[in-house]
Design a protein around this ligand. Structure first.
Ligand SMILES: [Zn+2]
Length: 650
C-alpha cells in the first residue's frame, strides 16, 4: 500500500501447488494446525459468483456454493487484509447473508468475539451450502478501501470483500473457482486466468483463496488493456478504466515511462516472482485513490486526470513504481510477522520500515530511473520528506520502530497534532534509512557496490519463481547487507529504528552530496502538492499547517505558533485585521520579515473568538536540497537508469 501524505510526498493449479508448499511452514507455527482437522470442509473447490451489474448502485451481489460435510462449521470473512497491515476487512458492509442447503435455511450465529466469523451446523446428508450475500460498496465503519470502489462507469473489486470460506484452514489450501458478471458492454482486466467467457460473464481458473484475494478485478465502461515493455517475459499490462473515453487515451510519453518502469524494475530486481503482471489502474475522482500491492498485479487509483494533468501526474508519479516494487518487497519477501496463514491471524508490523520503507525508496528511485520524475523532482520530493521528518518532535517519544509496530492505529491520516503523535513514518523515514544504507554501501565500496546489489541478494533469492512468500527476519536483512559489504549493519539499523533524536537521520542526504535548507519559495513539487489540496504550509516558519478554509491542521509542538496558543481544529478568521485567505497568511509572513510588530490573528475555537500574536520575523520557509559541492553527487548516481536509453525507445 502507498501512503497518501498530507504533508509531503509519499510520500491455477500450478499456483495452488506452489502456494501450498510455501505457506504451511508458518501454518505449522500457528494455531492453524490444531484446527486443521475441523470436519466440515472438503477439498472440492468453493464455487463463487459475483454479480457486478449493480456496481453503479454501490451494491455487489455474491453467491457461493461451499462444499461441506456434516457437523459444526465456522465460516470466515477476511479481516487482516494483506497490504493494509490492519484488521479492516469491511465486515460492516456485508449484508443480506442467507445460508441454505437443499432449499432450506440454515440458522447461523455470529461469533461473539470475532465479528468476522459465523457459526452453523451442517445437517447430515448435506454436502454443499448455498451462501448468498451482498457487499455494500459505500463508506462504512472500518475505513476499508473497498467501500468506495465503484462509480457510474467502473468498479474495482478486491475479492476479500466478497468471499466467505471455512475458518481455521490456511487460505492457500482452500481452492475456489470464481466467475463474475459485469454490466452490459463493460470490459475488464485482472491477473486471474479466464477459462470461459459467455456474454458479460467470465469464469476463472481454480485458484487458492489466497490467490483470488491477491488478484483484483477492474471493469469499466471506458477500459483499455495496454501491453507494456512487450520484449520482456513474463508479460506486463496496464489495465486502465476511466470516467470518460478520453481518460483511457494515455499519452505515449506516459506509456513509454511505464514500459521503462518494467525494464528498470526487471534490471534492478533481476528476477520476477509472477507469471504475468497487471497494473490495475482506475482514473476517477469518485473511486478511491489508493494503492494496494499484490503478487501478480497492483490496484492503483489516481484522480480522473491523474495522468493527463502534469501537476497531478508529478505528485503521484511514485504510485505505480511503489506498488510494482511490492511484488518483490512485501509479497515475495515478507517480514515473518506479516506472513500469516490466513486473514484471521493478527499481523505484526515491526519490520514495516523494510516492507514499506524500502519500497518507498525504490518507488521514488524507479519513478526517476523510468522518467516519470526528473532527477530534480526526485530531489524536491526528497526535500519535503527530509524536512517533514527533521521537524517532528514526536520522535523524542515514539521511535521509528514504534511507528511500524503501531501501524494499525496510525492509519488515521489526520494532520491534527500529527507532528507529536507521528503517523506512518515507517514509509518516509524508512526511505531515509534505505537512502542512508545505499550511500553508505557506495562510500564503503568506493562506488563498486550499492543497494542495487543488496536487492539482487534479497529480492532475487531463488531466481525467477511463481508467486510465493519467502519470509525474513531482522537478522536476514543484516546478513544480506553484510554479504554486500561487511559493516556493523546490526548497529546501523538498530540505531536508526530505536533513535529518539530530535532530528531525522539525514545521513543519506548528506552522503548523497546535499544538505537540507529552507528558502522563501516552495519548490515546484511542493507548489503542485499544495495546489492540489489548498491551504498553507507555514510549518517550517511559525509551525502551522492550515487548510484552505483557514482551519488549522497541525501545530508544531514547541513552535512559535504553539507557544502563542494555537491549536488544531481552530479556525483562523483574520490575519492582521484582514479576513483569512491563503494568500493573506503568506503575505503576512512575508511582511513580518524586517518588521518589529508581531503578527496578529483572530482565531475561532468553536465560535469562541480570541486574538493571538506571533512574534516571528523569519519570513516564509520551504524545504529544498542544496548541493554541497565538496561531496560527490551520489543522488544523481542513484537515479541514473540501469537500462540503456535505446531500450526505452521501443
Ligand atoms: Zn506500500
Amino acid at each position: 500500500m502507498i501512503l497518501i501524505m498530507m504533508n509531503g510526498p509519499a510520500r491455477l493449479s500450478a499456483l495452488l501447488i506452489s502456494l501450498a508448499f510455501t505457506l504451511p511452514s508458518f501454518a505449522q507455527k500457528h494455531k492453524v494446525a490444531e484446527h486443521a482437522k475441523e470436519p466440515a470442509h472438503t477439498s472440492e473447490p468453493i464455487i463463487l459468483h459475483v454479480d457486478l451489474t449493480d456496481a453503479p448502485r454501490h451494491i455487489l451481489h455474491a453467491h457461493e456454493q461451499i462444499p461441506v460435510t456434516a457437523g459444526p462449521l465456522e465460516l470466515e470473512y477476511p479481516q487482516w487484509i494483506p497490504g493494509d497491515h490492519r484488521p479492516t476487512g469491511p465486515i460492516d458492509n456485508l449484508a443480506g447473508l442467507f445460508i441454505r442447503a437443499n432449499g432450506k435455511d440454515i440458522p447461523w450465529r455470529r461469533d461473539e468475539v470475532d465479528m468476522y466469523g459465523v457459526h452453523l451446523t451442517v445437517p447430515e446428508g448435506v454436502t454443499s451450502l448455498d451462501v448468498s450475500y451482498d457487499f455494500l460498496a459505500v463508506p462504512g465503519g472500518t475505513g476499508s478501501d473497498e467501500d468506495d470502489a465503484t462509480s457510474a462507469n467502473m468498479a474495482v473489486l478486491e475479492w476479500n470483500s466478497v468471499v466467505l470460506y471455512p475458518a481455521h484452514i490456511p487460505v492457500a489450501d482452500i481452492p475456489i473457482t470464481a466467475s463474475i458478471t459485469v454490466p452490459e458492454g463493460w470490459k475488464s482486466g485482472t491477473a486471474l486466468t479466464p477459462t470461459q467467457q459467455s456474454g458479460n460473464e467470465t469464469s476463472f481458473q481454480t485458484v487458492p483463496v489466497y490467490t483470488l484475494v491477491d488478484s483484483p478485478f477492474i471493469t469499466g465502461r471506458y477500459f483499455r488493456e495496454i501491453p507494456l515493455a512487450p520484449e520482456i517475459t513474463p508479460k506486463h499490462y496496464l489495465d486502465v478504466a476511466g470516467e470518460a473515453p478520453e481518460d483511457v487515451e494515455i499519452k505515449p510519453a506516459v506509456l513509454d515511462s511505464f514500459s521503462r518502469l518494467v525494464r528498470e524494475a526487471s534490471a534492478l530486481y533481476q528476477s520476477h516472482h509472477y507469471e504475468t503482471y497487471h497494473f490495475v489502474l482506475s482514473l476517477s475522482d469518485t473511486v478511491r485513490g489508493e494503492g494496494l500491492e499484490h503478487h501478480q498485479s497492483s490496484d492503483n487509483g489516481l484522480p480522473e486526470h491523474g495522468l493527463s494533468d502534469e501537476s497531478l501526474a508529478m505528485v503521484d508519479a511514485d504510485l505505480l513504481p511503489h506498488e510494482f516494487t511490492h511484488s518483490w518487497n512485501g509479497k515475495y519477501r515478507r517480514p515473518i510477522g506479516l506472513a500469516t496463514p490466513d486473514y484471521a491471524t493478527p499481523m505484526r508490523g515491526d519490520l514495516l520500515w523494510v516492507y514499506e520503507g524500502m519500497t518507498q525508496y525504490w518507488g521514488d528511485v524507479l519513478a526517476t530511473r523510468s522518467g516519470l520524475w526528473t532527477p530534480e523532482q526526485f530531489k524536491e520530493a526528497l526535500a519535503l520528506t527530509a524536512a517533514n521528518l527533521d521537524q517532528k518532535p514526536g520522535r523524542t517519544w515514539r521511535n521509528l520502530e514504534d511507528t511500524a509496530i503501531a501501524a494499525q492505529i496510525l492509519r488515521g491520516n489526520t494532520l491534527n497534532y500529527s507532528n507529536w503523535r507521528r503517523s506512518q513514518d515507517y514509509y518516509p523515514e524508512g526511505e531515509l534509512l534505505w537512502l542512508d544504507a545505499d550511500t553508505t554501501i557506495r562510500q564503503l565500496t568506493h562506488g563498486q557496490k550499492s543497494l542495487n546489489d543488496f536487492c539482487v541478494k534479497f529480492l532475487a533469492l531463488g531466481g525467477n519463481t511463481p508467486p510465493k512468500v519467502v519470509p525474513y527476519t531482522f537478522d536476514d536483512i543484516v546478513n544480506d547487507l553484510n554479504s554486500v559489504v561487511a559493516y556493523d549493519w546490526h548497529g546501523f539499523l538498530t540505531d536508526r529504528i530505536t533513535s529518539h533524536a530530535d532530528h531525522a537521520p539525514l545521513g543519506g542526504v548528506e552522503h548523497g552530496g546535499y544538505k537540507l535548507v529552507y528558502q522563501d519559495q516552495p519548490t515546484k513539487f511542493e507548489k503542485a502538492e499544495l495546489g492540489r489540496r489548498g491551504g498553507v504550509d507555514a510549518f517550517y516558519s511559525v509551525g502551522l499547517r492550515v487548510h484552505k478554509d483557514g482551519t488549522i491542521g497541525d501545530v508544531k509542538m514547541f513552535s512559535d505558533a504553539y507557544k502563542a496558543g494555537f491549536a488544531p481544529q481552530w479556525k483562523i478568521v483574520a490575519v492582521n485585521s484582514i479576513g483569512y485567505s491563503d494568500d493573506g497568511l503568506k503575505d503576512a509572513l512575508k511582511r513580518a520579515k524586517g518588521m518589529s510588530e508581531p503578527m496578529e490573528f483572530i482565531v475561532s475555537n468553536d465560535n469562541h473568538f480570541r486574538t493571538l500574536k506571533i512574534d516571528y520575523h523569519g519570513g516564509e520557509q520551504y524545504p529544498h536540497l542544496e548541493r554541497e559541492n565538496s561531496a560527490p553527487d551520489l543522488l544523481d548516481d542513484i537515479v541514473k537508469p540501469l537500462t540503456p536509453a535505446a531500450a526505452t525507445k521501443q
